[in-house]
Design a protein around this ligand. Structure first.
Ligand code: SF4
Ligand code: SF4
Length: 442
């Protein structure tokens, strides 16, 4: 059998990727607070890891902040109600990834009564801090959805000295993290200081792309200690990808299959660390989220703070509705977001955007044959060879796929974006990864 050499070129990742159009149309849009919706639907899996287990029953009275789903296992997260009202049903529904999941449906009473048990957590040391983070239901709010308590307690914590705050927000359209900088800079700094204190970290670096000069200036003005600095990053997609960010900010390369903690770094999203500061002061768990609502057929694009579980259709109504029939709706950005097949689907904690496109922008271009130009190779921030991977996948060649290190693909979408033949390269990467995860069985 022919043995091929892996075409991995570990260049400086900051020079890879692509220049994507920014389209930050809503950057000046102060956050509008959406009223309580007609119902909320709380999916029990809004995070990476095991789904939460419903701990309420039909007919139960719940309040703002009441625990509705309890984390199960080491990697999981609690789910809380963002409304006061009554549990209408515990049901099962198809999630946007096609899996069947449990969901708790709550009918609000409009009173927004806060759960009487809500009080600031008692935090005195690392263990009580991590327990508080666990109770808060916090997951990575930049879109990853990784449970924060797990991320903040790596096995090799003794070797970690740096907190890296991800404020890159490199996907087109999305400005929700930008608004967090502009509207909650004090919370961000308080949250950073809390994490540094309880994890005993020497420094924090806030990474912000250079296309957000207002956020850079504001944070530099607010910082009152030399242990926290702002790193201005190139506006090049995918600058916010964890490994790219670590390399850009610290010049350290996360080893293959490793985590930032392996090079002494913990990465947190800026909205996550800001939420954490408010949670430590109030004890109110994660029940709300800011989303950028944009797209060429959204009547009034804006940033909206919404109660988790609100149907996307109500969120669109709050933004004035649509000007045409939707062709494509995406939760997240156009590069890495997931298509919504049904606008009645609810907002999840990890959502940071809803984009809706009509005829002009919603259709995928027609692919033509690969011209072997290599642009997908030059653009891949992981140094992979997408064109070779696609070929190996077509031939169902497991050995070749393993040698080409398909497992390193972070599904960033760059290869599709740069392909002049408009081929769905990233989609093929996802299929190839899935194929390998299943042991090479299609
Ligand atoms: S989707 Fe995967 S293969 Fe394509 S550019 Fe991103 S990391 Fe590379
Ligand atoms: S960028 Fe597109 S056309 Fe060029 S080699 Fe890659 S898949 Fe082929």
């Amino acid at each position: 059998m022919e043995v091929i050499l892996p075409m991995i070129h570990f260049l400086d990742r900051s020079s890879l990727g692509a220049h994507v159009p920014h389209r930050k149309n809503t950057r000046e849009s102060s956050t509008a607070v959406m009223p309580v919706p007609q119902k909320i639907v709380l999916m029990m899996s809004q995070h990476i890891g095991a789904p939460a287990n419903p701990v309420v029953s039909k007919g139960d009275k719940v309040y703002v902040g009441t625990l509705v789903g309890e984390a199960q296992g080491a990697v999981s997260a609690n789910i809380h109600s963002g409304v006061s009202g009554t549990v209408a049903e515990i049901t099962e529904m198809i999630a946007s990834n096609g899996s069947m999941q449990k969901a708790v449906v709550i009918t609000p009473d409009g009173e927004q009564t806060v759960d009487p048990s809500i009080q600031p957590p008692k935090v005195t040391d690392f263990n009580s801090f991590i327990e508080a983070v666990r109770q808060s239901g916090l997951v990575g709010l930049g879109g990853a959805g990784f449970p924060a308590a797990v991320k903040l307690s790596p096995k090799n914590l003794d070797g970690v000295d740096t907190l890296l705050i991800n404020g890159a927000e490199c996907e087109p359209y999305i400005t929700s993290d930008h608004r967090e900088f502009m509207e909650r800079s004090d919370d961000i700094l308080d949250g950073i200081k809390a994490v540094m204190k309880y994890l005993n970290l020497k420094q924090a670096i806030i990474g912000i792309e250079k296309n957000k000069p207002e956020a850079i200036a504001l944070m530099r003005q607010k910082i009152d200690t030399p242990s926290i600095t702002v790193k201005v990053l190139p506006s090049r997609y995918p600058q916010g990808a964890e490994k790219t960010l670590v390399e850009s900010c610290t010049k350290k390369e996360v080893p293959k299959g490793g985590l930032p903690a392996d090079v002494g770094v913990i990465v947190m999203n800026v909205t996550s660390v800001s939420f954490l500061s408010r949670y430590l002061k109030t004890g109110m768990p994660l029940t709300k989220k800011r989303l950028t609502v944009d797209g060429d057929i959204v009547k009034e694009p804006k940033n909206v703070e919404v109660i988790v579980g609100t149907p996307f259709s109500e969120l669109i109504d709050f933004c004035g509705g649509l000007t045409a029939e939707p062709v494509k709706a995406i939760q997240g950005g156009p590069m890495m977001g997931v298509c919504l097949f049904d606008l009645s689907y609810p907002v999840l904690k990890l959502n940071n955007a809803l984009l809706v496109f009509g005829e002009k922008l919603g259709h995928l271009p027609k692919p033509s044959p690969c011209i072997r130009c290599g642009r997908c190779i030059n653009g891949c921030p992981m140094g992979l060879s997408p064109v070779e991977i696609a070929s190996a996948y077509q031939r169902e060649n497991k050995e070749e796929l393993a040698a080409l290190q398909i497992d390193l693909c972070m599904e960033c979408g760059t290869c599709t974006f740069v392909c002049p033949a408009k081929r769905p390269v990233t989609q093929t990467m996802k299929l190839a990864k899935d194929y390998m995860k299943k042991g090479g069985n299609a």
